[in-house]
Write a protein that binds this ligand. Structure first.
Ligand code: RFL
Ligand code: PHB
Length: 391
């Protein structure tokens, strides 16, 4: 098999890239190791920055997003039983975010790709990327029990944190920057209307909690739990009781309970792999960087990377100049490090860190008070949350 761009992974990064290239008249093949149902059901992100929603619309993938996505103009910070709302449009010159689940973004892009795009092979596992630093890179893969080779002009590794693309870059040319946090998130889906119309980020002495949503009738909730926690060790009753405690306020706000339909634990990690390019191999999304979910940045970063790659390749086709492709890693990493900083700040602002001293806990509250009382501090949060510019 031969194509211009070989894409490994059909998460948001790989699927959107295939769509952007198809719209620019550039052919691609997507290899995805899991089956379609798995990719469409995997519960993950829920928040799209305005720039991400705009890219999906411009790519022709915005129809259901515009119908079912929920525009959010703010979030609530909760600490010391108090509530503080951050008003995004007022602080950022009109920017907002959209609640539209990653599962839905993937479903929309898969349907478009199968109808209008090039090959998208499920249960096709990339085994290795070879010849990245030659003019003939190729991907060895296994599909239907047989091994095959995909010859490409470029390979884009969109295969997530556990994929194979990153390992094709010789270790002596790379540097990894990592921080693993000593806690995770227990996430649940519940069939109950969200108890607040905007997301609530709560800092509590017992740990962080987040109230989010998937639709007007489905809530998504998270609890900070110790690293290595087994989701099944928490009964539904224990989960609701703990959420109630962490969200408690001095007013009459109450948390509505409902049947829990899914629960899982996510570890928390910050990671950046430099550079994001080696010869004709480009890394995009979680394959190159991970952020803790507190800042809601992972999917949005993945979108920024593939937009940058698609623009660079179109530029090369139109002008013959590889300057944007050569600048890919640098261009992406500028935005990546801003998102890493923001996600780290949000994580350390809101989580209970095991072993933190009383002094550090007071500082955490002082940072929250600062955001609640200073327009400058609040604007910094609002700008970070609604997103850093692409490219
Ligand atoms: P993905 O989504 O991991 O997709 C990678 C795909 O590659 C496939 N694959 C392979 N295919 C072929 N051959 C191989 N050898 C392969 N190895 C792997 C995998 O099966 C998979 O389909 O990476 P991508 O596309 O870079 O997208 C990144 C996002 O998924 C991720 O950053 C976000 O989900 C992070 N995230 C959030 N991001 C946000 O922007 N906003 C949020 O609100 C948000 N909340 C979250 C999150 C992540 C979470 N978890 C579970 C980590 C909340 C949670 C709980
Ligand atoms: C989600 O809805 O899954 C979600 C929302 C905001 C975050 C993380 C996850 O910061």
């Amino acid at each position: 098999m031969r194509t211009t761009v070989g894409i490994i992974g059909a998460g948001p990064a790989g699927l959107l890239l295939a769509r952007l290239l198809r719209n620019a008249g550039i052919d691609s093949v997507v290899l995805e190791s899991r089956d379609r149902g798995y990719v469409e059901q995997r519960q993950r992100a829920g928040i799209l920055e305005q720039g991400t929603a705009d890219v999906l619309r411009a790519a022709g993938a915005g129809e259901r997003l515009d119908r079912e996505g929920l525009r959010h103009d703010g979030i609530e910070l909760r600490y010391d039983r108090k509530r503080h709302r951050v008003d995004f449009p007022a602080l950022t010159g009109g920017r907002s975010v959209t609640v539209y689940a990653q599962t839905e973004v993937c479903k929309d892009l898969i349907a478009l790709q199968l109808k209008e795009g090039g090959p998208l092979l499920f249960e096709a596992e990339a085994l290795a990327v070879e010849g990245a630093d030659t003019d003939h890179p190729h991907v060895r893969f296994r599909h239907d029990g047989r091994e095959g080779v995909l010859d490409c002009a470029y390979v884009v590794g969109c295969d997530g944190f556990w994929g194979v693309s990153r390992t094709a870059i010789p270790a002596e040319l790379t540097r990894g920057f990592e921080r693993v946090y000593p806690f995770g998130w227990l996430g649940v889906l519940a069939d109950v209307p969200p108890s607040h119309d905007e997301l609530v980020y709560a800092r509590h002495d017992r740990g962080f909690a987040l109230l989010s949503m998937r639709s007007p009738v489905v809530s998504r909730l998270y609890l900070q739990v110790p690293e290595g926690t087994d989701a099944e060790a928490w009964s539904d009753e224990e989960i609701w009781a703990e959420l109630e405690r962490r969200f408690e306020t001095d007013d009459d706000w109450t948390l509505e309970r409902g049947p829990i339909t899914q629960k899982s634990v996510t570890p928390m990690r910050s990671y950046v792999h430099e550079p994001m390019r080696h010869g004709r191999l480009f890394l995009a999304g979680d394959a190159a960087h991970i952020v803790p979910p507190t800042g809601a940045k992972g999917l949005n970063l993945a979108v920024g990377d593939v937009v940058t790659f698609a623009r660079a390749l179109v530029h090369e086709r139109e002008t013959g100049s590889a300057e944007l492709l050569d600048a890919y890693s640098q261009t992406c990493l500028r935005r990546v490090w801003q998102a890493e900083r923001f996600s780290y700040d949000m994580t350390t602002l809101l989580h209970r860190v095991p072993g933190a001293s009383p002094f550090e806990e007071r500082l955490q509250l002082a940072r929250l008070e600062r955001i609640a009382s200073s327009r400058a501090a609040e604007t910094d949060l609002a700008e970070g949350y609604t997103g850093f510019p692409f490219g």
